[in-house]
Design a protein around this ligand. Structure first.
Ligand SMILES: [Zn+2]
Length: 122
């Protein structure tokens, strides 16, 4: 461990902290941002937590669902843009399945629906 200083890139606050020897200045600054109480740093880490949490939820959710890899992988790659507000909602269909994901007040909601449809064309 070494004692060093890092800077929050959002508010410029300098903090002294103890980090592993292997940490680069970038790692150190990131540690400071995790601890910093300015609203920008807090908002950033809330999004990062949201992404990590959603990704693990998706993995668990699809663990016992065979043949759904394509939907799962697309949802995983959409997690970050969704959490960052770059996209609003994603819907993927495969056979009778519809996988969707949308932001809610506190996080992200993931759902998978199975529907059968009887239809006829003439
Ligand atoms: Zn800050």
């Amino acid at each position: 461990m070494k004692t060093t200083t890092g800077k929050c890139k959002y508010c410029g606050q300098i903090m002294t902290l103890e980090v592993p020897e292997s940490f680069t200045q970038e790692d150190i600054d990131q540690e400071v941002e995790k601890k910093c109480s300015c609203p920008e740093a807090k908002a950033f880490w809330k999004i990062e937590e949201n992404i990590a949490c959603t990704e693990s939820t998706i993995r668990d959710f699809f663990e016992d669902k065979d043949g759904m890899d394509a939907i799962r992988n697309l949802l995983l790659s959409a997690t970050r843009p969704l959490a960052e507000g770059k996209i609003g909602k994603i819907t993927i269909t495969k056979g009778g399945y519809t996988g969707s994901m949308k932001p809610t007040k506190d996080g992200i909601k993931i759902s998978l629906k199975y529907t059968t449809e009887d239809s006829v064309e003439s």
